[in-house]
Design a protein around this ligand. Sequence first.
Ligand SMILES: NC(=O)c1ccc[n+]([C@@H]2O[C@H](COP(=O)([O-])OP(=O)(O)OC[C@H]3O[C@@H](n4cnc5c(N)ncnc54)[C@H](O)[C@@H]3O)[C@@H](O)[C@H]2O)c1
Ligand SMILES: [Zn+2]
Ligand SMILES: [Zn+2]
Length: 362
Amino acid sequence: MKAAVLNNVPGQLEIEDIDLGTPGPREVLVRTHTAGVCHSDLHFMEGLYPYPTPCVLGHESAGVVEAVGSSVTYLSPGDHVITCLSAFCGHCENCISGRPSICMNKNTELVRGADDAPRLSRNGEPVSQFLHLSSFAEQLLVHENTVVKIDKEMPLDRAALIGCGVTTGLGAVFRTARVEPGTSVAVIGCGGIGLSAIQGARIAGANKIIAVDMLQSKLDLAKTMGATHTVDASAVDAVAAVRELTGGVHYSFEAVGLKVTSEQAYGMLRSGGQATVIGLVPVGTKIEIEAVTLIDEKILTGSNMGSNQFRTDMPRFVDMYMQGRLNLDDMISQTVKLEQVNEAFEDLKKGNVARSVISFDS
Ligand SMILES: NC(=O)c1ccc[n+]([C@@H]2O[C@H](COP(=O)([O-])OP(=O)(O)OC[C@H]3O[C@@H](n4cnc5c(N)ncnc54)[C@H](O)[C@@H]3O)[C@@H](O)[C@H]2O)c1
Ligand SMILES: [Zn+2]
Ligand SMILES: [Zn+2]
């Protein structure tokens, strides 16, 4: 099958022919319909996060089940599914206490063993599977606990966005921070993740939703997604501007992946507020806060894929889209072919797009 492979870091993706195994007892073969282009892939291509190469990237997708392993009862061929990198075992302490997105057995039980044939290979040599998925490929061979079945009425290109960006942004608001109606929210970075957090804040009933970005085009889009105010961080001090609008927000979300914006997210809180860093800040980076401010009971935390319970959350997000309460149509800026994947990453770097999606539906 055709797949986009990262061979060198830093590096671009190369379209190659990759071999796929057959489903093991608890595995599923999925025909990829659409894969979203998320900034996390770019961080790995740039070497800000290490990963073994060669590797087929991509982790935000939806498709149709083609075959299931002998022990799979949850799914059948023909089912429409969204994939999620939050593979869960279902029996570790975190899974059974309602936090499957930080499953403790993610990288042991849900991958093939060292002595097993790899899921992905090239000329007989193993190829790494990216975050349990590898969506930049015509097919996915995955553990059954990385997919959720969805309504066949749901358009699969919109559904793909729910696979990472939408679930991360909405989940950070609903599950990680538990934003309450009437509160104030600031979201720094208005790409696929930040725009989803803004929509989450709107759906959760926040009163003030302040979008912060360096690009006017992103701020304009943020307004259509529910932002009540915008701050152009290329022109003004974002922390001072947000504090002036609110006296300090109840909740802030960082959706960029930088030290400076993480510190800003904390700096714009009111006493008792919570800053949630969603962005992947480069490995080795230290975030600094003034220790004395902790006396104000401010919270600084991260969010792993929106603290999702994706088998529950994703079908709910599908319903929100069907009801017209979640705008996914305007989140897709362009649809490209797999061969254009590097151009799509260039557009992401320049900030030209909310989300690009790769269509495999020919
Ligand atoms: N925690 C998770 O589970 C998780 C999941 C998915 C993505 N992420 C991370 O979330 C981050 C955002 O991803 P995305 O796909 O939305 O990226 P994106 O590139 O689409 O969006 C980033 C936005 O930040 C803006 N920006 C850049 N510098 C800024 C600054 N100094 N101040 C304000 N705005 C600034 C850009 O203009 C852009 O609009 C990335 O770091 C990604 O890796 C984390
Ligand atoms: Zn992602
Ligand atoms: Zn687990």
